[in-house]
Design a protein around this ligand. Structure first.
Ligand code: F6R
Length: 610
């Protein structure tokens, strides 16, 4: 999950590296560090905390004449987030510096081997074995590229590794396995980085590295070699698109709020060019190449994590109802442990905002030998999952910066509606009506956003609670899960989510005057069942906030403590709108509590470790 940047050029190498690190902070923000060559030696500056803390350490240093630099922002896996454990790590005479993202699974074994040979370790990280190992091979071969290659060949696990050395100070060496890494190609300088935003400061083009490749990057050239067949790889650089690069939060206080407010545009971008109301058509170009296979699928397994998993649950309801294809949603982190039979016509659908989530990648890798159809619903163009799947549909939601996912969920569910309708075109009676309704959904989403002041007022009144319950039935159940996930991750309030029908099977025991419930009850078909839940909660002294429609509000007026009245839409589309309500509700509670909303404690945006 950490972020990596490197620069090699004519001058001022530290600036673009710091810029890349600021852009990469979404990947981890426990500690940060840089190493740079000042013309005579490599200097190393690290600090616990944010990149800003690292920048403070650098203010008095002359960084103008630096030609090569590498940097890192960390999300701790091995070793606490201290200055000592921050990257870059180095060998004993501080001539080889390494930054790393991922986990080196055999680090203990390598550490013991190196310690036995007299190497001394100063940190508690798995990464520190790498500079010592490179040093070990360099002492034998006196060839840095060879030493780097030999060290990489000894590693198992997942890694993106970048190194610089005093021996060849104008070169950066990089290697990748199951963790993203790219070369940013500029004029008279080149960069390496974890994603496009990392290299955007000085590069106009980008080349994504594949697994088992190493890159040797210099200011005017670079070379990629495949570690397995040892051959040089030729891959044309792609244009670095502006939309791949991090945006600003404009007038919004947090990226999360900005991204929630992008919902209407997000829905619009997800359907843009994909639906044609006049001809009753849905065109999902990304699936054209597998259209024949899709016609024959008899089961879909959705694999994903966190919010993307919850979007998958909505997808399950949608595809089963509209396309009549059985669907199962599995947590990607559990999928790999299951030993289940698959029919040859099973399709695996991976959903991921980042396209880099290690568990989802591992799920796809597990299924590779079966030769099944793999599909992706991914937001980040060119990401690992988008490249691993045979076909897919991009979300086109633009970069999501806030760690808590909001607009990506909106886009994922919109795409799942399109997918379900397209698979069920000749089966579902709802096809035409839903298509028309979907086209007007961006406008309806605007109406939800206009409820912000009312949602804020309610959220502030409830912000002192330590516990929260979310309930919903049918399509509204996944929204309850999403509300509870959002609230806990950004406000650190304990939150539970249950299908309304489950309440009396246990969780009702939690309810008292200090344990409020947010109930999703805008469904035109299930509102009365949820009304019974509200009665049960009220009878136990529990407070309730009910999200419902103008039409149904009469059923809740006398029993709910607070009402949020939203426009009525079909059951199948309600998760898209209700998600905006629970996102705003969670946001305003977290804001009232003064939480670090865009960078909640202990989390990172892109979970690239299993
Ligand atoms: C929650 C959140 C996470 C991600 C999860 C999967 O707000 O952001 O739960 O949804 O880590 O990430 P992606 O979608 O990038 O695979």
């Amino acid at each position: 999950m950490c972020g990596i940047v490197g620069f090699v050029g004519d001058k001022n190498a530290v600036e673009p590296v710091l810029c890349g690190l600021r852009n990469l902070e979404y990947r981890g923000y426990d500690s940060a560090g840089v190493a740079f060559y000042d013309g005579s030696k490599i200097r190393n500056v690290k600090q616990a905390g944010r990149v800003a803390a690292l920048e403070n350490e650098l203010v008095d240093l002359d960084i103008i004449n630096t030609k090569t630099a590498i940097g890192h922002t960390r999300w701790a896996t091995h070793g606490t987030p201290t200055k000592l454990n921050a990257h870059p790590h180095y060998n004993k005479d501080k001539t080889i510096f390494v930054v790393h993202n991922g986990i080196i699974e055999n680090h203990q074994e390598l550490r013991s081997m190196l310690e036995a040979k007299g190497y001394h370790f100063v940190s508690h990280t798995d990464t520190e074995v790498v500079p010592h190992l490179i040093d070990f091979y360099y002492q034998k071969t006196k060839d840095m590229e060879q030493a780097f290659t030999s060290a990489i060949n000894d590693l198992s696990g997942a890694y993106a590794i970048v190194m610089m050395s005093e021996i060849e100070p104008n070169k950066i060496l990089a290697a990748k396995l199951s963790s993203p890494l790219a070369i940013g190609v500029g004029k008279k300088n080149n960069m390496v980085g974890s994603d496009a935003s990392a290299v955007a400061d000085a590069a106009k083009k980008i080349v994504y590295l594949e697994d088992y490749e190493i890159a040797i990057v210099e200011k005017n050239k670079y070379k990629i070699r495949n570690l397995k067949n040892k051959k040089i790889v030729t891959r044309n650089p792609e244009d670095l698109l502006l939309e791949d690069v991090r945006s600003s939060k404009g007038s919004f206080e947090h990226f999360m709020l900005k991204e929630i407010h992008e919902a209407p545009k997000t829905i619009q971008n997800a359907i843009l060019g994909r639906i044609k109301i006049e001809t009753n058509e849905i065109k999902l170009g990304g699936l054209d190449s597998v259209a024949n296979q899709l016609r024959n699928i008899d089961r879909i397994i959705i694999v994903s994590c966190g919010t993307s998993y919850i979007a998958g649950l909505v997808g399950e309801y949608l595809i089963e109802e509209l396309a009549e294809v059985p669907v199962e949603v599995q947590l990607a982190s559990e999928f790999k442990y299951r030993k289940e039979p698959y029919s040859p016509n099973t399709a695996i659908l991976a959903i991921s905002q980042s396209g880099e989530t290690a568990d989802t990648i591992a799920a796809l890798k597990k299924i590779e030998p079966q030769g099944l159809l793999t599909l992706g619903i991914v937001n980040s163009p060119g990401s690992t999952i988008s490249r691993m799947t045979k076909a897919g549909i991009y979300c086109h939601a633009g970069p999501e910066i806030s760690v808590a996912s909001t607009k990506a969920f909106t886009a994922q569910v919109t795409i799942l509606v399109l997918l379900a309708l397209s698979l069920g075109k000749n089966r579902s009676k709802l096809y035409k009506d839903l298509l028309v309704e979907l086209a007007s959904l961006p406008k309806t989403a605007e109406k939800i956003l206009s409820l912000s002041p009312a949602i804020k007022e309610i959220a502030i009144r409830y912000s002192h609670h330590r516990d929260f319950m979310f309930i919903g039935r049918g399509y509204e159940y996944p929204v309850a899960l999403e509300g509870s996930l959002k609230l806990k991750e950004i406000s650190y309030i304990h939150a539970e989510a249950y299908a309304g029908g489950e309440l009396k099977h246990g969780p009702l025991a939690l309810i008292d005057e200090n344990f409020p419930t947010l109930a999703l009850a805008s469904s035109p078909t299930l509102f009365d069942k949820t009304a019974s839940n509200i009665q049960e909660i009220k009878a136990r002294g529990g407070k309730t906030i009910v999200v419902t429609t103008k039409k149904q509000q009469k059923h809740f007026k006398t029993i709910a403590d607070d009402l949020i009245i939203i426009p009525e839409v079909s059951d199948q589309l309600s998760p898209i709108l209700e998600a905006i309500v629970v996102q705003l509700f969670s946001y305003f509670i977290a804001a009232e509590k003064g939480c670090d909303i865009d960078k909640p404690r202990n989390l990172a945006k892109s979970v690239t470790v299993e």
